[in-house]
Design a protein around this ligand. Structure first.
Ligand SMILES: C[S@@+](CC[C@H](N)C(=O)[O-])C[C@H]1O[C@@H](n2cnc3c(N)ncnc32)[C@H](O)[C@@H]1O
Length: 264
C-alpha cells in the first residue's frame, strides 16, 4: 500500500471511530450553517437533483431534503453512511445515501443540477492528484450551468505556524530527498489531534491546508468558473465565531475557511 492509500485508510478508520461517530451523530442534527444556507438559497434551483459529496452523517443532506431538493449523499466512510441512514429513517426521511469515493463517482455525465462538498471534506482527501480527480468527477457529473459549493480551510503563516511550515518545508524538500521517512505527501498536509486517545495515544485526522492559489487553479483546471469566493466570516460572523470556538486553541490556522461557488 502506498503512502496516500495508507493515509486514506487511516482517515476512514478515524472517521469511523466511536468518538467521531458519536460527534457526527450530534452534528447531523444541526442543519445548515448560516453561510451554507445563504449559498444554497442563492445558487441551487429549487427541487433539483443535488450531489452531497462527503455527506458524513447527513447534516447537509437532511437540510437539503427538507428544503425540497432531491439529494444523493455519498461518503467514503461506510460507518458515516450507516449512521446517515439511521438518522434519516429516525426522521422519516427517504434519502439516497451511498458509500463512494469522490475521486471516482458512479454517476453518469451531466446528472446533477448542483453539488456541495461541505465542511472542508475536499481538503481531507489525501494527495494532490486525488483532490484534482475529485473536482474533475464532480464537474463531469454536473449539468452545464449548475453550481458546485466548496469550502476549504486555508494555510496561514501567522504565530507558531510560521515555524511549523518551515519545519515541514525542511522535511519535505531537504530531508525526504535524502531518504528520510516523511509522513506528509504534499506541502500543507497536517495530521491534527482529535480529543480522544486509543492505546494511550491521541488519535489524529488528516487535512491538507491549501493556499488560495492552489484551490483556485485546481477548480479552474477541472473546468469550473469561479462565480463567487468569500470567507466564511464575510458570509456569517456567527459561523466564523462558532468554528473558531470549536477548534483546538493550538490550531487556530483553521480560522474562517473560504467558500467557492463554482459554475460548470
Ligand atoms: C469533515 S467531514 C464533513 C461531513 C459532512 N459533510 C458535514 O458537514 O457534517 C468530511 C467527510 O468527508 C468524507 N470524505 C473524505 N474523503 C472522501 C472521499 N474521497 N470521497 C467521499 N467522501 C470523503 C469523510 O468520510 C467525512 O465524512
Amino acid at each position: 500500500m502506498n503512502k496516500i492509500e495508507q493515509i486514506k485508510k487511516e482517515s476512514i478508520d478515524e472517521f469511523g471511530s466511536r468518538w467521531t461517530q458519536e460527534r457526527y451523530a450530534e452534528i447531523a442534527r444541526r442543519g445548515f450553517w448560516e453561510s451554507e444556507e445563504k449559498l444554497v438559497s442563492q445558487y441551487f434551483k429549487p427541487e433539483t437533483k443535488i450531489l452531497d459529496i462527503g455527506c458524513g452523517s447527513g447534516r447537509t443532506a437532511i437540510a437539503l431534503t427538507q428544503k425540497g431538493f432531491d439529494v444523493i449523499g455519498v461518503d467514503i466512510t461506510p460507518k458515516m453512511i450507516d449512521s446517515a441512514k439511521k438518522i434519516a429513517s429516525s426522521k422519516n426521511l427517504n434519502i439516497d445515501y451511498r458509500v463512494g469515493d469522490a475521486t471516482s463517482l458512479e454517476f453518469p455525465d451531466n446528472y446533477f443540477a448542483g453539488a456541495i462538498f461541505a465542511n472542508n471534506g475536499w481538503v481531507q482527501i489525501p494527495g494532490k492528484e486525488n483532490r484534482k480527480k475529485a473536482l474533475a468527477e464532480i464537474h463531469r457529473t454536473m449539468k452545464p450551468g449548475g453550481y458546485f459549493i466548496l469550502v476549504a480551510h486555508q494555510r496561514y503563516y501567522t504565530g507558531n505556524y510560521l515555524f511549523f511550515w518551515l519545519i515541514q518545508w525542511i522535511k519535505l524538500y531537504l530531508l525526504k530527498p535524502l531518504g528520510f521517512k516523511v509522513k506528509e505527501v504534499d506541502f500543507g498536509d497536517l495530521f491534527f489531534k482529535r480529543p480522544y486517545s486509543e492505546g494511550g495515544t491521541r488519535r489524529k485526522q488528516f487535512i491538507h491546508l491549501t493556499s488560495q492559489k492552489e484551490v483556485e487553479s485546481q477548480i479552474k483546471n477541472a473546468g469550473f468558473k469561479i462565480e463567487m469566493r468569500k470567507r466564511m466570516s464575510e458570509l456569517s460572523s456567527k459561523d466564523a465565531e462558532g468554528m473558531e470556538a470549536s477548534l483546538s486553541k493550538s490550531f487556530n490556522s483553521f480560522k474562517s475557511p473560504i467558500f467557492y461557488v463554482c459554475k460548470k
